[in-house]
Design a protein around this ligand. Structure first.
Ligand code: ADP
Ligand code: ZN
Ligand code: ZN
Length: 702
């Protein structure tokens, strides 16, 4: 083979390897940037993406050592320059190598198949949609917009954005997104729209709605889904449909922010406050923030939407005169008769001690049963009890591998660690002193379900049958399809009271639900995580949004909060459904305390067998910065290394070091310059025992 061109090619080099840019190869013919290739790397043959042509090989490389590209996947069109720029930006912003990031966000089949296999796969056309069986769905026509919706849509048509649509659950945000999308899809036959959601499996209704709206007009294959839980074949088919432009609408989770969409015109980030938009390993990107960047890059409109926006986005959408960069569109009213639920706080200080369910709440549940309406009880702890303890010596069910207690699961009588999975049968007696009286401490969903059944054992439904209680949490939905069938039972009205974790608080539209109660939400009020109140407020607003969505029941839907701190500002704001007031008070506190969004943070994290090793690495890293990067440290604050809140998981000790700056560019410059120093530090013999290290930019948990 005669090789006459030089190419730089992205390959997935191991994380933090000293070389992290593209590698140089030769090729017989020029290949367009974005072409998918296979190249030799050491003794292996690996997938790569052509980054660009090179006029000459880099100076430090002897051209005779360069090896040729092994194969070109010419059946797949090249990735666009805009896509390459998105990856390049994300890699540099989140401090990873572009090759690692680029290849990790492509479907695995694109990486694994040879050109011949790929050709075969492409001929075996598979329907791309994850929305299987969707053809049978009835169509959903566009609605006549309310004045609030119409005003939002007009603003979206007129302005460049990005937009932050703020409106309660049921205020008609989705309808606005759908009509904005329809506009674009109609006017430009190449236009494509990307919808990002935090979790697809939890929100099948959203997916159905997209299909019902778009399939009749744009064809049954117009809507595809992209998320990491799909089979490789489907994921490839969906990806290709978007990549070749045949799919007009892509619905996906955070990974889909990297969907290849040559005609991208609109990106909608629904529930933009949701922490699952932040990737927690590898490149720790925020899909929400990348969506905004991508919109700018490709000239696509970006709409972020939420009833309880992240404080970051809320702050960015302050008036332009005060420096805001997003346009805030508020839609305060619920559509039709769907009033927001009345919020009632139960002061648990006045209830009998240790009561999990207060007397008035039990009464309210009984009323719902009589009226044949549904209730949802929210308790954010699965299992029977979070701890088992010995009444004699004080032994507790600690996990030997983690700094956490193992949770008591009664149905199979196990102690399970929710962090490392370590599971053992419940001991017959205290392992420390032999006392047979070991007891559960605290309550989880399993116990709540049991207590509820006892409490309501004599209560009957109007037709004389017993009350039907169901539980949905990570334990009851372990098997594929379990969640769907349990949700279907709730929708079909086969359940009177649903007990669940936050899993059920998101997105579901339960028509007959008129009571939602948070059983024990106080923990988040005093958490050391400064974002905990924001999360609690969002969760409760969202949970409350489950209630009273049906006009038939409107007016009597209620959100109950059982709390020992009824006058806490979080609950006061919740009672008034007043997100802006809540946000204003939180922002004032954050400004005063010097916290995001008023400054920017990065975490350096290290894992090792001992806490000392992990911290030593971090503190050495800090000293190196002091020594070599003094010029960049002006606007930077570095803190000493500390253990993570969950200090030990699966016998790994974890530590972190926080770096802050009021200037995002200053922080970026510093971290970028720090990166090579960190790599050389890790290579020193004294830091061999560091198992993993990572930089987390804009971390969500400190
Ligand atoms: P959100 O996304 O804010 O929760 P949706 O767009 O889902 O709100 O609207 C809530 C409900 O109201 C849905 O059932 C939707 O079909 C309906 N709806 C939305 N806009 C209108 C409208 N302009 N006229 C009538 N019904 C509407
Ligand atoms: Zn004991
Ligand atoms: Zn454990």
């Amino acid at each position: 083979m005669r090789s006459s061109c030089w190419l730089s090619v992205l390959v997935a080099l191991p994380a933090h390897s000293s070389h992290n840019g593209p590698l140089t190869y030769t090729s017989e013919c020029p290949l367009a940037p974005g072409s998918l290739v296979r190249v030799p790397l050491g003794s292996r043959d690996v997938p790569g993406i052509v980054w660009g042509p090179l006029a000459a090989p880099p100076d430090h490389i002897d051209p005779s050592t360069l090896r040729p590209v092994t194969a070109h996947l010419d059946s797949v069109p090249a990735l666009s320059p805009a896509w390459l720029r998105l990856v390049d930006f994300a890699a540099s912003y989140y401090q990873r190598s572009p090759g690692e990031l680029a290849l990790s966000v492509l479907p695995p089949s694109l990486r694994d198949l040879t050109p011949i296999q790929m050709g075969r796969r492409l001929r075996r056309a598979l329907p791309p949609s994850g929305a299987a069986g969707s053809d049978a769905l009835p169509s959903e026509p566009a609605r006549t917009l309310s004045p609030g919706q119409a005003a939002a849509l007009t603003a979206i048509r007129d302005g460049p954005g990005p937009f932050l649509v703020h409106g309660a659950t049921g205020s008609g945000k989705t309808e606005v997104y759908l009509q904005a999308a329809t506009d674009l899809l109609r006017t430009d036959p190449r236009a494509q729209v990307l919808f990002l959601v935090p979790e697809i499996n939890l929100t099948p209704q959203f997916q159905e709605r997209l299909v019902r709206r778009f399939a009749p007009e744009f064809g049954p294959q117009a809507v595809v889904t992209q998320h990491s839980a799909m089979t490789p074949a489907r994921r490839l088919a969906s990806w290709l449909a978007a990549h070749t432009g045949s799919a007009r609408v892509v619905l996906g989770t955070r990974l889909a922010v990297f969907a290849s969409m040559p005609g991208l015109r609109l990106v909608v980030v629904d529930e933009e406050h949701d922490p699952s938009y932040k990737q927690q390993e590898g490149a720790r990107y925020s899909a929400r923030d990348l969506a905004v960047y991508r919109g700018k890059l490709e000239g696509a409109t970006v709409i972020l939407g939420s009833a309880t926006p992240s404080l970051e986005s809320w702050y960015l959408s302050r008036p332009a005169s005060e420096g805001g960069r997003y346009l805030r569109l508020s839609m305060p009213e619920r559509i039709g008769a769907g009033a927001l639920p009345v919020v009632r706080r139960v002061d648990m200080n006045r209830q009998s001690r240790h009561a999990l369910l207060s007397a008035p709440l039990i009464e309210a549940l009984r009323e719902r049963i009589t009226r044949q309406e549904q209730s949802l009880l929210l308790l954010n702890r699965r299992g029977y009890a979070p701890v088992l303890h010995c009444t004699d010596c004080g032994w507790k069910s600690e996990c030997p591998h983690c700094s956490a207690y193992r949770v008591f699961h009664k149905h199979d009588r196990t102690l399970r660690c929710h962090h490392c999975g370590f599971t053992q049968p419940v001991p017959r007696a205290c392992p420390a002193c032999g006392n047979p009286d070991i007891r559960p401490l605290g309550r989880g969903t399993e116990r709540l379900e049991e207590m509820l059944a006892e409490t309501l054992s004599t209560t009957l439904r109007p037709d004389g049958t017993p009350v039907r209680i169901a539980r949905i949490d990570a334990d009851t939905t372990r098997h594929t399809g379990a969640l769907e069938s349990q949700l279907a039972a709730v929708h079909a009205g086969e359940v009177d009271i649903l007990v669940g974790t936050q899993m059920v608080a998101k997105g579901h539209d339960f028509r007959r639900m008129t009571l939602v109660a948070a059983i024990n939400p106080d923990g988040a009020l005093f958490s050391s995580d400064f974002r905990a109140p924001e999360r609690l407020f969002a969760l409760l607003m969202q949970a409350g949004g489950r209630a009273g969505r049906d006009a038939q029941h409107a007016g009597r839907s209620e959100m109950w909060v059982q709390t020992f701190h009824p006058s806490h500002p979080v609950f006061e704001a919740l009672k008034r459904h007043d997100y802006p007031a809540f946000a204003a008070s939180q922002l004032a506190q954050r400004a005063q305390a010097g916290l995001p969004p008023f400054l920017f943070q990065a975490l350096l994290r290290a894992d090792a067998a001992t806490q000392e090793q992990a911290q030593e690495f971090l503190n050495d890293a800090s000293s190196l910065a002091e020594e070599h990067l003094a010029a960049l440290l002006g606007a930077i604050t570095r803190y000493p290394a500390v253990p993570l809140l969950m200090q030990r998981v699966a016998n790994v000790e974890r530590a972190q070091l926080l770096v802050e700056s009021p200037s995002r560019p200053a922080l970026q410059r510093f971290v970028a310059a720090w990166q090579p120093l960190l790599q050389s530090l890790r290579a020193q013999p004294r830091h061999r025992r560091i198992q993993r290290w990572a930089v987390d930019i804009d971390p969500l948990a400190i």
